[in-house]
Design a binder for this molecule. Structure first.
Ligand code: GLU
Length: 479
C-alpha cells in the first residue's frame, strides 16, 4: 500500500487539509506501507514563501512522518510538482501522439462567446462541442487539452460506494496550462502513477471530476488506483462546509493556543471516522491499529471546537499523569504569563502540578495562573458581591479572615496540615465550606477560580499567603 498527502502550499493549513494527511498516514502505517508527501505547487499565482516549510513543520508536529517526499527523498524524486515538468510533458507527448490531446488556440474571449451562445440556447456549455478544427502544433504559450471520450462510466469509491456518471459530465479538460505547468487534473494522475500510489485518499470535492479522471487513466493506459473520498468538514451548525467565517482557526492557530498534537490528531482522526465503540481518546498507535477506510462516514462531519478543547484537556491530564509534571513541563514553557518570567522552573512546575487538570489549552496557563507569580489587584466587590459572602458585613468578613490567618499561621504548611487546619477552622467558625473557602480563595487570588485551597496555599507559601490575607483584612477594615 502506498498513500500520499498532496497539499498545495498556500501558507494556510486548514483543519480539513490535515485530516487529508492523517487518514492516508494511518492506513499506510497499519498496512506497513509507504506514506508519501508530494507538494502540489503548480499554481504559481498562489505561491507563498515558507508555505512548504509550514506543511513539513505541521506534519512533524503531529508526528506524521513521511517515507518519501521533500527532505527524505525517495525513488520518485523530485516530490515538488514544479520540478517535474519534463515528466508531465513526456506523458503529454504520448497523448498527442495517440491523438488524445490537442493544443488549443481559442482565446478566452472566444470561449466566452461560446458560453454565451450556449446560455442563450439553454444548452450546457461543454468545451468538446467547440474543439478547434485544425489545432496548431503544441508549443509553449498554448494550453494543451484532453480530447475526451465521453461515455457512461462506473466506478467504486471506498467511502461513497458504487458510482456512475454519464457522458454529459466529461469534457476536454486542460492538461497543461499556457505557462507550461500541468493542471492538478493531469499532474496528480501522472504523479500517483509514477509514484506507485495505490490508494488516493482526498476530499470529496474531487468526486465530481472523477469521470474525467477515469477517461484520462484510460487514455494514458494507466490502472485506476483505489479511490477514497473524505466527507466534508461542516461548520458548527452542521449544514454548511466549514469556512473561515466560522472562526475555526488554522492548525497553526490552534497550535499557538496550546492545543497538543496528540489531541489534534485524535480529534481530527475521529472527525468523520469512528471504530464503532464509544472510545473518545486514542493514542496514535491505537489509531493506527483501529483505523479502517471502510468506517469513514459518508456524510459531512461537524467541526466542534468545544469537543476539541475538551479532548485537549483530557490529553493534558493524561500526559501529565503518565509522564509526571517534570517531563511534561517543557511543553508549557511558552505559555506562562509574563509575570512568571522571574519564577524558577521548579516553582512553575509546582503550579502546573496543581492546575493541570483544569486546563483546556496550554494558553489557559496565561490567564489562570497570574496570582501565583504576582500579588493580584484587590477588588473588594469580588468579596462583597460574592453570592456566598454578601450576607456578611465587612467587619464580619475581616474578622473571619483574621481568624483564618491566625490559625493558618500555626500550620506546619504542607498540603496535609493545611487541609487539617482548614477543616478545623470550619468546625470552629461554624461557617459553611462555600463561605469560608470562598473568602480565603478570593483574598489569595482575586481570580474566578483556583485549584483546591490547601494546594494553592501550599504552593503560594506561608509568607505570601499570610501577607495577602492581611492586606485584604486591612482593606475590608478601611472600606
Ligand atoms: N493539491 C490538492 C489540494 O491541496 C490535493 C488533492 C489530492 O489530494 O489529490 O487540495
Amino acid at each position: 500500500m502506498k498513500t500520499r498527502f498532496a497539499p498545495s502550499p498556500t501558507g494556510y493549513i486548514h483543519i480539513g487539509n490535515v485530516r487529508s494527511a492523517i487518514y492516508p498516514y494511518l492506513i499506510a502505517r497499519q498496512q506497513h506501507g509507504t506514506f508519501i508527501l508530494r507538494i502540489e505547487d503548480t499554481d504559481q499565482s498562489r505561491y507563498v514563501e515558507g508555505a512548504t516549510e509550514l506543511i513539513e513543520d505541521t506534519l512533524n508536529w503531529l508526528g506524521l512522518e513521511w517515507d518519501e517526499g521533500p527532505i527524505v527523498g525517495g525513488p520518485a524524486t523530485p516530490y515538488f510538482q514544479s520540478e517535474r515538468k519534463a515528466i508531465y510533458h513526456a506523458w503529454a507527448e504520448k497523448l498527442i501522439a495517440a491523438g488524445r490531446a490537442y493544443a488549443d488556440p481559442t482565446s478566452p474571449d472566444q470561449i466566452q462567446v461560446y458560453r454565451d451562445q450556449c446560455q442563450a440556447s439553454g444548452q450546457p456549455f461543454l468545451y468538446r462541442n467547440f474543439r478547434p478544427e485544425n489545432p496548431p502544433a503544441w508549443h509553449p504559450g498554448l494550453p494543451l487539452r484532453f480530447k475526451s471520450d465521453p461515455k457512461p462510466r462506473k466506478w467504486h469509491d471506498v467511502v461513497m460506494g458504487d458510482l456512475s456518471a454519464g457522458p454529459e459530465v466529461q469534457d476536454d479538460i486542460i492538461l497543461i496550462k499556457a505557462d507550461g505547468l500541468p493542471t492538478y487534473n493531469f499532474a496528480h494522475i501522472v504523479d500517483d502513477s509514477e509514484m506507485g500510489v495505490t490508494h488516493v485518499i482526498r476530499g470529496v470535492e474531487y468526486l465530481s471530476s472523477v469521470p474525467n479522471y477515469l477517461a484520462l487513466y484510460e487514455a494514458l493506459g494507466l490502472p485506476v488506483p483505489v479511490l477514497v473520498s473524505l466527507p466534508h468538514i461542516l461548520g458548527p451548525t452542521g449544514t454548511k462546509k466549514l469556512s473561515k467565517r466560522d472562526n475555526a482557526k488554522s492548525v497553526t492557530g490552534y497550535r499557538e493556543d496550546g492545543i497538543l498534537p496528540e489531541a489534534m490528531l485524535n480529534y481530527l482522526a475521529c472527525l468523520g471516522w469512528n471504530d464503532g465503540t464509544e472510545q473518545e481518546i486514542y493514542t496514535k498507535d491505537e489509531l493506527i491499529a483501529r483505523f479502517s477506510l471502510e468506517r469513514i462516514q459518508t456524510s459531512g462531519a461537524r467541526f466542534d471546537e468545544t469537543k476539541l478543547l475538551w479532548q485537549n484537556g483530557q490529553w493534558i491530564r493524561k500526559l501529565v499523569q503518565e509522564q509526571g509534571v517534570e517531563t511534561f513541563y517543557p511543553r508549557t514553557e511558552s505559555f506562562w504569563p509574563g509575570s512568571a518570567a522571574s519564577a524558577t522552573p521548579e516553582y512553575r512546575q509546582q503550579v502546573l502540578g496543581i492546575i493541570y487538570d483544569r486546563l483546556k489549552t496550554l494558553s489557559d496557563l496565561r490567564t489562570m495562573t497570574g496570582y501565583f507569580f504576582a500579588d493580584p489587584e484587590i477588588d473588594l466587590t469580588m468579596i462583597t458581591d460574592n453570592k456566598f459572602l454578601k450576607r456578611f458585613s465587612e467587619s464580619e468578613l475581616s474578622q473571619l479572615l483574621q481568624t483564618a490567618a491566625d490559625r493558618l499561621d500555626q500550620s506546619a504548611w504542607d498540603a496535609d496540615s493545611l487541609q487539617a487546619t482548614l477543616n478545623q477552622l470550619l468546625a470552629d467558625t461554624g461557617k459553611k465550606p462555600a463561605e469560608l473557602f470562598s473568602i480565603i480563595r478570593i483574598a489569595l487570588s482575586f481570580a474566578p477560580f483556583s485549584p483546591a485551597l490547601h494546594l494553592t496555599l501550599n504552593v503560594l507559601g506561608r509568607s505570601t499567603s499570610l501577607a495577602r490575607l492581611r492586606r485584604v483584612i486591612t482593606a475590608l477594615e478601611n472600606a
